[in-house]
Design a protein. Sequence first.
Length: 670
Amino acid sequence: MNESRSRDPESPPEPMSRRVWIRNVRPAVDGGEFPIKRTVGERVAVTADILADGHDHLSAVLQWKPDSETAWREVRMTPRPDDSWHAGFTVAAAEPHRFGILAWVDRFGSWRDALEKKSQAGLDVESELQEGAALVQARARRAEEPDRGILTGAAERLRGRTAPGDRVAAALDPGLLELMDRWDERFRATRSDREFPVEVARERARTGAWYELFPRSCTPDPSRSGTFRDAAARLPDIAAMGFDVLYLPPIHPIGRTHRKGKNNALEAAPGDPGSPWAIGAAEGGHTAVHPDLGTLEDFDRFLAAAAGHGLEIALDLAFQCSPDHPWVADHPEWFCHRPDGTIKHAENPPKQYQDIYPLDFDTEDWRGLWRELLAVARFWADRGVRIFRVDNPHTKPLRFWQWLIAQVKAGHPDVIFLSEAFTRPKVMYGLAKAGFDQSYTYFTWRNTAWELRRYLTELTRSEVREFFRSSLWPSTPDILPEYLQFGGRAAFQIRLVLAATLGANYGIYSGFELCEGEGLPGREEYRDSEKFEIKVRDPGRPGHIRDFVARVNRIRRENPALGYDHTLRFHESSNDQVLVYSKTTDDLSDVVLVAVNLDPHHAHSAWVEVGEDLGVAGGETYQVHDQIGEGRYLWTGSRNYVHLDPAASPAQIFRLRRRVRTERDFDYFM
């Protein structure tokens, strides 16, 4: 009979008997198809709509665990009047986590509420007390000692013959409620439709200051390439400027066929070093180092020297080849061919890259290609590299990156991948969903207050923030925006402050601190680009902002609020040339307010609004400390005045210090 009913298409399945609905679980990326991103020590605040028919009470728990554990951890969820429930947990290890929600009708809580209402109304509650005794006794049978004995005694009291008021008081005892919750049978509980993944990285994925350096330009002699030993001599200076990550463009042998000359000339002159992104020559490919830089052992020593200065090395992962790469001869099937059999070079019309062959991810031997590229990433990770800046990942399949990143992190969970993809927004977001820890952004081209407010709000205040960690770069070796070409020294200061304080992750390309801004006429490109030649710099040349860079990076380290993006808020300013925004820690123990003059040529003033979201009450007097100029000011209330002259400093980074009154009636600021 039961077997027949189970096959009856009109018989509802057992899960349909579960009265509780769980919907709209947040945070989630594409409904939980892709993981949200957190770093070790960050909190995951979960909300969901949890509801059922009628007026019964509901109970819900947030269940979560690292993937390395089998047992779920739990925390009770708290309801709001609109049927939205919330709870949270903190991730403590750099490994994948997941969470789900379990909810059920709370039969004891519903009974308890009804009993209290009837008792207060003076109604007969004898039947309810007997019903409650049965509920408590059933729960006692599930419990372990000593709780079993306590619950059994409570059931006896409820069904006893003492005055109803005493029995009602016993039923409403908070201690009994706690025990009943502890041994709740969770009758016909509903579980969320899926488990929601959380990708957890180490702290450097969330915050860091990057410096990009061509090792070959570290030479004191422009007629020869710098070496890893020469680059090691720069480490103290880079560390002194306050950077966390030193990013190296490709360090591999450079092809000679179709090698580009200075300023991207089609013909290289004798001695021209070529582009580091034209990878591969007779000396080797992606797992070799350019002999002019040194040996693999020299690189290992450089890696260790950087660590000694508190710097991590990020390597460029550029999956493309020069015509001289060993793969071209060994695996011609991995490349795109013209009808005449020749291999196609890379192009992005009107730009032509004759010195580079792109890989063909539609090759019949795609598995062999994927395995070889994974071997490259693992080779460098096994040598101690823990950060990769990936060149043009949007020209490779998203599923390839999803696979490769997961494979690398399976053996090296602390590896970080930065996506260098200036392409369509949804493709950039797709790469982040596929597993990239950080991503380049359009910040490079956002200059006005309106553009910055709109774009950074999208990155930090929408669902995008759950999977896309922005990395803000004012310029790159490929891109010199007009703002920097014509804005002078103040423009470099402005863009530095914006990048370093709007973003928890940011970076500059070497020469930025020297205000290098000479571009090709009508183009966003450097004149005498370092991509095609060795560039020897004078770190002390007049007009540099090295001390300013060091101060800003020190401010970042001294203010924990600047290490996060999710608290970024923009504030009203009476002048569109003055952008005002803040960052805080979640507990408001660190409150930073930034005012930036976006005009590098003229002084501007503005009235700015500081609201209660920064912990400032109306009419309150508080101190603001400008950490750039070291000025200290007393502000009162929400509306205050700033004046910014780019000739002195185009920005102020305030730390808010609120007045505290001690037991001795002495005022001080904290």
